[in-house]
Write a protein that binds this ligand. Structure first.
Ligand SMILES: Nc1ncnc2c1ncn2[C@@H]1O[C@H](COP(=O)(O)OP(=O)(O)OP(=O)(O)O)[C@@H](O)[C@H]1O
Ligand SMILES: O=C(O)c1ccc[n+]([C@@H]2O[C@H](COP(=O)([O-])O)[C@@H](O)[C@H]2O)c1
Length: 227
């Protein structure tokens, strides 16, 4: 049984496809915040993004597994299993299922700039702390955004997350690392056929095995949290 709550980062995304920027910002954020692991929630579909041009979930998940290799990062399609699409609903279910964990929502500043358009975004902020990672080209819009106008009063240093006893919400941590210019948009422009190349003729046996392991891992974690 675990003696202290696991600090788990949640990075939700389209991952269309996952790229080195995701891995880099996740590892930097984990280090700055003292996280034990991060779950990459590969979204069935961002409610604000068009479905057109969105690769199949299996391809996006596979790209995420490739990027997460040998790191304490767990890519998962758990939102599909939970039947949730809006983040507020996902977080309500995850906190109920994994009551002993301490979660923190991670996102790039492009998402802070439009957070006020998300369903029940203040409820998200009341559910868990939010850490925002600076991203080239988006920081000015993020800092002047409607969500930031409300969130700025809850700003705390990264150290307050590291000290697990002080974990509370709402809390906003602003993180700035070496800027990372990578984006999925740029990869899609350069390599439109990435999903076909990755999936080949369909799900290979390795991928089918990963899918089963994904389900089992989260079932086991849930049992641990209930113990
Ligand atoms: N280079 C980066 N710097 C900071 N945050 C990033 C970076 N790349 C992605 N993120 C963040 O990772 C999360 C998932 O990103 P997503 O899967 O949408 O990739 P993306 O590169 O932003 O995709 P797209 O270009 O299609 O919008 C989001 O919170 C996003 O802000
Ligand atoms: O819940 C919402 O209203 C909402 C609106 C837009 C985006 N999101 C989530 O934000 C995360 C980042 O999405 P993306 O497409 O920018 O990678 C992903 O988990 C989405 O489900 C959530």
């Amino acid at each position: 049984m675990r003696s202290r709550p696991q600090l788990t980062g949640l990075l939700g995304g389209s991952f269309n496809p996952a790229h080195g920027g995701h891995r880099r910002i996740t590892l930097f954020a984990m280090d700055a915040l003292g996280l034990d692991e991060t779950w990459w929630l590969v979204s069935p579909g961002n409610p604000l993004k068009p479905q057109a041009g969105m690769a199949p979930l299996a391809a996006r998940l596979k790209s995420a597994r490739n990027q997460a290799r040998r790191a304490p990062i767990v890519p998962t399609a758990i939102e599909q299993r939970l039947g949730t699409r809006y983040t507020v609903d996902t977080l309500a279910k995850l906190t109920r299922r994994y009551p002993k964990r301490r979660f923190i929502w991670l996102m790039g500043s492009d998402n802070l700039a439009q957070l006020h358009r998300w369903k029940d975004w203040r409820r998200i902020a009341r559910t868990m702390p939010i850490a925002v990672i600076a991203r080239p080209g988006y920081d000015a819009d993020a800092m002047t955004s409607p969500a930031m106008a409300w969130l700025r009063r809850y700003r705390v240093p990264a150290a307050s997350i590291r000290k697990r006893g002080q974990w509370s919400a709402p809390a906003l941590v602003l993180l700035r690392f070496d800027p990372d210019y990578r984006s999925a948009t740029a990869i899609r422009r350069a390599h439109a056929g990435w999903a076909d190349a990755l999936l080949g003729k369909g799900l290979d046996s390795q991928e089918r095995g990963a899918k089963v392991r994904d389900r089992l891992t989260f079932r086991k974690l849930r049992q641990e949290d209930k113990a």
